[in-house]
Design a protein around this ligand. Structure first.
Ligand SMILES: [Zn+2]
Length: 417
């Protein structure tokens, strides 16, 4: 048997007990719920915001006043309510003309930087393959690329903050990438490094939690009650949110489903996972696993994007590989549905997002295997951001922080108000 190369050998195990606890979750303040209601319903009258949030009209007026002073919302040009009867109701909406957030996502083979407006719309993005994965060098290059992107695309708007997202084990409280085996990163203080390089407030999170937050804020299925998100790319991981709050776990390790055993079936003779076992979710469905299977059975491709292009063009062997993947992802989805019984399970996987048979297969597998999900067509949905997932993830980390605490320490806003 081949031994594992040094690049993939598992380092000595990290003891989660040795990592400090994240502490209690923060409650969303009233101003955050007002800003969220304006995002969802704007242009919207203050009286409607009061009804939506359950806050008193006086309290909503106070919060809106603070948001206006900070330039996060503006009064809309249109008016609502009966004309000519007293003072018109001037509705308020998110002000997309003054501020942007920046995003950065680091994947296994490439990185994406982006600019996003306060409604979550991507203004510009730039993706580049890694020249090196040394964290300080890579993060330094990200900072330079962001500066160039902002210079070219900000159009006079101020960048408020930078959000950073990547796969595997990320501690958003400490601002640290705890462990990313494929990049060889461990305990990388991303918040400090990027904060020093850009001068911006930096927020860090896992890409799964970032994309689950993006679904809550801007997604097509605007669920606030409970969401599970399963990310299937070069890395496989997950996120769980309930009552609008992301579950991190005491050391931010929640969602580490890469080594979920998929059970017997079709895995004999397969290459082992990096953990040494066979039949793990990640070793069966990751981009690397897909390219490896394509090399063994065809079609001949040089990379995962090429394999996806072939499948989208209808190449039968490529389509079959994506359909097999959809079935296996469906098994994992069924387990997660039974564990959490979420209102919605979002699958971030390009096959499910772009090839109708794959989504059908995935839902069929869920229907066969889940004990609690009796309506996979409604509950299991593809990402709202198919095609722009990585450009969305980083910015969503920053916007998630802004919408959670718009009166928090945002230096650019403090200076303006
Ligand atoms: Zn494994």
């Amino acid at each position: 048997m081949k031994t594992l190369s040094p690049a993939v050998r598992r380092p000595s195990p990290l003891l989660r007990s040795g990592i400090p606890s994240a502490g209690p979750a923060r409650r969303v303040p009233g101003t955050g719920s007002v800003l969220g209601a304006i995002l969802d319903h704007g242009p919207v009258a203050r009286s409607t915001v009061a009804r939506l949030t359950g806050l008193s009209p006086a309290s909503v007026s106070g919060h809106v006043g603070q948001l206006l002073a900070r330039g996060l919302v503006r009064e809309s040009a249109e008016t609502v309510g009966p004309k000519g009867l007293g003072r018109p109701h001037i509705p308020v909406e998110i002000d997309t003309g003054r501020y942007l957030v920046a995003g950065a996502h680091v994947a296994v083979a490439h990185s994406t930087v982006s600019l996003m407006d306060l409604r979550g719309r991507i203004v510009a993005e730039d993706r580049q393959p890694h020249r090196a994965t040394d964290p300080r060098r890579l993060l330094g290059e990200l900072a330079s690329r962001l500066a160039r992107l902002a210079e070219e695309w900000s159009d006079g708007r101020t960048v408020l903050a930078l959000g950073f997202a990547t796969g595997h084990w990320v501690d958003p409280v400490a601002g640290v990438i705890v462990e990313h085996p494929q990049l060889g990163w461990r305990d990388v203080p991303v918040r400090d490094i990027l904060g020093a390089a850009t001068g911006l407030p930096v927020h860090v999170d896992s890409h799964s939690r970032a994309l689950a937050r993006a679904e809550q804020l801007f997604g097509e299925t605007s669920t606030r009650t409970s969401t599970v998100l399963l990310f299937v790319g070069a890395v496989v991981d997950a996120a769980f949110a309930a009552q609008g709050a992301m579950h991190l776990g005491p050391r931010s390790g929640a969602g580490s489903v890469a080594h979920l055993p998929l059970g017997a079936g079709g895995t004999a003779g397969e290459a082992p996972c990096s953990c040494g076992r066979t039949g793990c979710l990640q070793s069966e469905v990751s981009e690397h696993a897909m390219v490896r299977r394509a090399a063994a059975r065809g079609p001949a491709v040089g990379s995962f994007p090429e394999l996806l292009e072939q499948a989208l063009a209808g190449e039968p062997r490529a389509v079959a590989l994506f359909r097999r993947r959809a079935r296996l992802v469906g098994r994992a989805a069924a387990l997660l549905l039974d564990m959490f019984d979420p209102e919605v399970l979002v699958v971030v996987e390009p096959g499910a997002g772009r090839i109708p048979e794959c989504l059908d297969d995935l839902r069929a597998e869920v229907a066969e295997r889940s004990w609690v999900c009796d309506d996979p067509d409604r509950v299991v949905v593809p990402s709202s951001f198919t095609g722009s997932v990585l450009a969305t993830a980083g910015g969503a980390v920053a916007l998630g922080a802004l919408y959670a605490d718009p009166l928090g320490p945002w230096p650019a806003l403090t200076a303006a108000s």
